[in-house]
Design a protein around this ligand. Structure first.
Ligand SMILES: Cc1cc2nc3c(=O)[nH]c(=O)nc-3n(C[C@H](O)[C@H](O)[C@H](O)COP(=O)(O)OP(=O)(O)OC[C@H]3O[C@@H](n4cnc5c(N)ncnc54)[C@H](O)[C@@H]3O)c2cc1C
Length: 617
């Protein structure tokens, strides 16, 4: 039995787990409030997922089109999320995003500029106006660089290559966290009054994914184990444009910025097919001819947006439909062409990463030839359920923000709304943690038996003589999720997936990592399987329960949105016997002004006929 007094122990007021955009912004806020703040990352500082973000962050600055404001952004977000977003979160996000972007500029972020010297904004799917503040196609890099520089100078204590394993509680409330160092394999105990999870999504459960190795759903699974609820996890976003070829890079993201800057989608017959897939509810705001779409690209404010910029769920399903109809590209996708639309200098200036990505990874020169693209698992709309104002879960002292949190994006996230989500809700979680700690009575204490239990669970895969190979288990999981919980779903396959996950779970219990705990990637993989299994089971069960097609969740046995389902979120929690409980939960009514704005005709919103009575906070 480990004597916990011998464990390396650090004490912080608040521990932020995850050093992407959300975690960094949360840590900056905590530290600005005078809290001793630890920031934990299982990779190196600067290597989080956020650094991969390309296209930009959405905020209604109105620099490129003065008609933009928070109400239009809110309306776009709710419509994009198919009205399942937590209303207050979408409202806070739309209201705060512009200030958070300006704050980044004050902290030194060097955005692309308009000719007048303002922060430039680009078009993206589902956003009515050019709204994405960007730095070429390397926006995430600039975001993370700026937050890191600012945060480090504020006195945050960084713990790198240290993986969080389990939340420790004193009664109901947070008391600490057990982690381990990835190099030495030694355990690390954190004593803390509050924890903020900012650990991102769980895309590595699927084979074709734009996500990096870090996305194993750890924060979501740890929060679930600690008693928090998950919500909306059936909504996993398949980005329409991942690389299709060669196989080594299948799924790697091709930014929506390509389409925002004029790229078009073609099938194997050379036809621009998106005009055939415009949903009824977006028809009034979408160009119905190439001529109109071209005028829009040239800046004609009377023209409507090209259909390539419809929301991601629509575009991803359309590509899939073309492939199913036998009109796909040679490797099962579609062609994305910007070469015939823009000159080489423009492409290299606006899309430098895409240019190099295709040149180096696929030997394709995107200034001369089209790219081959197809849907790729990209983003978790659902996640840990939090209170909209404070970002606290139902576990006192446990907070969540960024991609691991749920509620903000409803059934489908608009591109660019994640980076702004990170800085808006990262900050709010810091404010929430400060308020919680101020109100805390007495100091929570860590229970030695809990720590010993967590260490035992983490090491049993090293101690058994023989067992299952963690890499093989992960391969099998990816097969299940790809085959049964993919972009187009049905009840039979989902049930089959759940049954297969049950069997896989039995094998995961017997996982064996060879070798000792030092420098042992096999052990890391074995530990990740715990999180991946929880997240996968939750997604599959919630997807089976939601008997409709909405946003990113498409059921071929329940086509189209069903009115009765917009009333419900699906909420997942662990019961006292350790079983996963999946329930429909009725959504509260939103305030009237928000409902009016979300449902307004754009002309009525712009003329002030609707929304004049909105609460300004
Ligand atoms: C290729 C790509 C392009 C994108 N482009 C855009 C875009 O243009 N605009 C946009 O809005 N969104 C974009 N997105 C989505 C967006 O980048 C992510 O949703 C966002 O960066 C998530 O940020 P985060 O802070 O929540 O998590 P991350 O940035 O992923 O950070 C997660 C952190 O948690 C840590 N972590 C995870 N588990 C543990 C653990 N157990 N212990 C310790 N640490 C842990 C990781 O090490 C990491 O530091 C893109 C995504 C991808 C993949």
């Amino acid at each position: 039995m480990v004597d916990i007094s011998e464990l390396k122990t650090v004490e912080h007021d608040v521990l932020v787990v995850g050093a992407g955009g959300a975690g960094l912004r949360a840590a900056i806020e905590c530290s600005a409030h005078g809290l001793s703040t630890g920031l934990l990352s299982k990779s190196l500082l600067g290597k989080a997922h956020t650094v991969m973000a390309e296209g930009g962050m959405a905020a209604s600055l109105g620099n490129v089109d003065a008609r933009d404001n928070w109400k239009v952004h809110f309306r776009d977000t709710m419509r994009g999320g198919k009205f399942l977003n937590v209303w207050r979160m979408a409202e806070l996000h739309a209201k705060h995003a512009a200030d958070r972007v300006r704050e980044l500029e004050e902290w030194g972020a060097v955005f692309d500029r308009t000719p007048e010297g303002l922060i430039s904004q680009r078009n993206f799917g589902g956003h009515r106006y050019p709204r994405l503040a960007h730095v070429g196609d390397r926006t995430g890099l600039e975001l993370i660089r700026t937050l890191q520089d600012h945060g480090i100078h504020q006195g945050i204590t960084m713990h790198m290559e240290c993986t969080a394993l389990e939340v420790l509680k004193d009664g109901d409330r947070v008391a600490g966290l057990l982690a381990y160092w990835r190099d030495t394999g030694r355990f690390q105990l954190f004593k803390t009054k509050a924890i903020i999870f900012a650990t991102g999504g769980g895309g590595k459960a699927w084979r074709v994914s734009s996500n990096s190795w870090e996305y194993t759903g750890d924060g979501i699974a740890m929060a679930y184990d600690a008693g928090a609820e998950l919500m909306d996890v059936e909504f996993t976003q398949f980005h329409p444009t991942g690389m299709r070829w060669p196989p080594s890079v299948r799924g790697t993201l091709v930014t929506e910025g390509v389409r925002g800057d004029g790229g078009i989608l073609l099938n194997s017959e050379g036809k621009r097919f998106m005009f055939g897939y415009i949903p009824e509810k977006f028809a009034a705001e979408t160009a119905d001819s190439e001529e109109e779409a071209n005028r829009w690209l040239d800046g004609d404010k009377k023209a409507r947006r090209p259909p390539e910029l419809l929301t991601r769920d629509v575009v991803a399903r359309s590509i899939k439909a073309e492939v199913t109809a036998g009109r796909g590209s040679p490797h099962g996708g579609a062609f994305l062409d910007i070469a015939s639309r823009k000159d080489a200098a423009f492409i290299k200036r606006k899309l430098p990463s895409m240019y190099h990505q295709f040149k180096e990874l696929a030997e394709v020169d995107i200034t001369k030839e089209p790219m081959e693209v197809g849907p790729t698992l990209h983003y978790f709309m659902g996640g840990i359920r939090v209170d909209a104002e404070s970002q606290m879960t139902r576990v006192p002292g446990l907070f969540a923000c960024g991609e691991c949190g749920g509620g903000m994006h409803g059934a489908n996230r608009l591109g660019g709304n994640s980076l702004s989500d990170l800085i808006v809700f990262g900050r709010l979680s810091g404010v929430g943690a400060k308020a919680y700690i101020d109100g805390l009575k007495g100091s929570p204490t860590v229970n030695a038996e809990q720590v010993q239990g967590a260490i035992r669970r983490a090491t049993e895969c090293l101690k058994r003589d023989k067992g299952e190979n963690p890499y093989v288990l992960h391969e099998d999981l990816m097969d299940i999720m790809e085959e049964c919980v993919g972009i187009i779903r049905n009840g039979k396959e989902l049930q089959d997936g759940i049954d297969r996950l049950d069997k896989l779970n039995e094998r995961v219990k017997n996982v064996k990592a060879d070798g000792a705990s030092q420098y042992n990637p096999g052990w890391h993989e074995a530990l990740s399987m715990r999180s991946l299994m929880i997240v996968s089971e939750a997604v599959a069960k919630a997807a089976l329960m939601r008997e409709e097609s909405r946003g990113a969740h498409t059921r071929e046995d329940f086509e189209d949105e069903r009115e009765e389902w917009v009333k419900y979120n699906i909420v997942v929690h662990k019961d006292g016997d350790g079983r996963m409980v999946v329930q429909k939960e009725e959504r509260p009514e939103p305030p009237k002004y928000l409902k009016d704005i979300a449902n307004a005709k754009i002309e009525d919103l712009e003329s002030g006929k609707v929304g004049a009575d909105a609460r300004e906070d």
